[in-house]
Design a protein around this ligand. Structure first.
Ligand SMILES: Cc1ncc(COP(=O)(O)O)c(C=O)c1O
Length: 445
């Protein structure tokens, strides 16, 4: 445990209880604890002390699923769909709605063939990593524009595949071109993954940056995995109206070398059925790569992805869940349900919570998108002057506040923490304010 200056001071949560739980966890440095380890420790402290924490460590959705999705799934179950296997490539009506959605909200034309429901968007990334690696015998590395979602790296780690990354913080705007050029020109990278908006930093790539990424993808024949887990949640603009500008910014405007990974979990509050969407561009659907024949009966990229990799992984996604997602998507595409009306709550809470932190001596780590203040959304990043992220996380635990350090997301901003707003109830704001005030009294100058 680091040298805690508050040993003589009164902390909101009983000092000995927190210290004991940290010590007994056996984790030498709390700042390096995984999300699940933090969750476990806080659960134990809450149980021991009866204190309710302001819990910001886990990025799980905190809103009810739209009724239209729940009703459609129940109806499908009653109709007996769960007594049958789902179609491996997805329900035809769902594939059509996904293609419609991509046209209406990304302004990107795709054939429904390349629109595949997956078991969470995470299965989409896993399938993409496998198929892309199998399609190359001359290149072997996925590049991450970090910070990012640790599970993507875990996927490549368990596959035994190579990963390279850099922190976007130092390479915004035109600097991104030089950085990408310096890596891609070596010739070993076959794919790039980035998330927009970004988990954990909530950085949103500007159109200029997306253009740079797209141009680099064309120049070096690299496949972009554009992770849109937080689709439309840059609330500075309204991307939620079907078929009208502004569209969710996408690299697809500048390259056809793109696979979209879209999650139902956050945007449609639909994490339980584990349904995501993988969307291959028309070019990639038809792309031929001879190296694929080492693993699949064909050299066709799209076919190998669906009838090779997805088949081998799960042979399709939840049958009833697909009906639920299909109903939500249809309503969104028809303009009868606006998803933003629900998820905007995350942005509203973030605005208030960020102010509580900055009023009490904290600063926002990733604070700008090229001069423009960062959007309010699902996550924000915080630091406190003179403290490392590891120290800050540990100290905040004594004040009834939990988060994760940015270092666990491979950010180079080792002074920072990621805070997730989803599980914090508005009724906890007064507690949060009082705890932050006390923290600042104890540590401020
Ligand atoms: C950036 C990012 N990508 C992907 C995912 C995975 O989403 P899904 O629940 O659809 O697998 C998450 C989930 O938290 C995420 O934050």
């Amino acid at each position: 445990m680091s040298n805690l200056i508050f040993k003589t001071k009164e902390t909101p949560v009983d000092f000995n209880a927190v210290e004991t739980v940290i010590r007994e966890s056996g984790i030498p440095n709390v700042g390096r604890a995984s999300i699940r380890e933090v969750v476990r420790m806080i659960n134990i402290i809450e149980g021991k002390t009866g204190m309710k924490y302001v819990r910001m460590e886990m990025g799980i959705p905190g809103l009810p699923t739209p009724k239209i999705g729940v009703d459609a799934e129940i109806e499908a179950i009653k109709n007996g769909v769960n007594s049958k296997y789902p179609m491996l490539e997805g329900l035809p009506e769902l594939k059509n709605e996904i293609a419609r959605f991509v046209k209406l909200f990304l302004n990107h034309e795709v054939d429904p063939y390349g629109c595949v429901p997956t078991v969470g968007s995470l299965q989409g990334s896993m399938a993409a990593f496998i198929t892309i690696n199998n399609s190359c015998d001359d290149r072997d590395t996925t590049l991450f524009i970090d910070p990012g979602f640790p599970v993507h790296k875990l996927q490549l780690d368990v596959l035994g595949k190579k990963v390279e990354s850099f922190d976007v913080y130092d390479y915004r705007g035109e600097k991104l071109r030089d950085k990408l050029e310096s890596i891609l020109s070596k010739g070993h990278v076959h794919s790039i993954l980035f998330s927009n908006p970004n988990n954990p930093s909530w950085v949103c790539m500007t159109d200029m940056e997306l253009k740079i990424i797209g141009e680099m993808a064309n120049k070096y024949d690299v496949i972009i995995l554009e992770d849109l887990a937080y689709f439309g949640m840059d609330f500075r603009k309204d991307y939620s109206k079907p078929g009208v500008e502004p569209y969710q910014p996408s690299v697809a405007k500048y390259t056809e070398n793109v696979i979209h990974l879209i999650s139902g979990s956050k945007m449609f509050s639909y994490p339980g059925p584990r349904l995501g969407m993988m969307v291959m561009s028309n070019k990639l659907q038809k792309l031929k790569r001879p190296a694929l024949k080492r693993f699949y009966p064909t050299d066709l990229f799209g076919y190998s992805m669906i009838y090779g990799t997805i088949y081998a992984l799960t042979a399709g996604a939840s049958n009833s869940g697909q009906y639920g997602l299909c109903a939500i998507l249809k309503a969104v595409n028809d303009g009868t349900y606006n998803y933003k009306d629900d998820v905007i709550e995350y942005g509203k809470k973030a605005e208030i919570m960020k102010k509580l932190f900055t009023d009490n001596g904290f600063n926002i780590v990733y604070d700008k998108d090229l001069g423009e203040p960062i959007a309010d959304g699902f996550y924000f990043t915080i630091a406190y002057p003179g403290m490392s992220g590891d120290e800050l996380l540990e100290r905040l635990m004594f004040y009834g506040i939990s988060a994760i350090t940015l270092t666990t997301t491979r950010s180079e901003r080792n002074e920072g923490l990621r805070a997730c707003v989803s599980l914090v109830n508005r009724s906890q704001f007064p507690d949060l304010e009082a705890r932050l005030k006390k923290f600042n009294e104890h540590y401020g100058n």
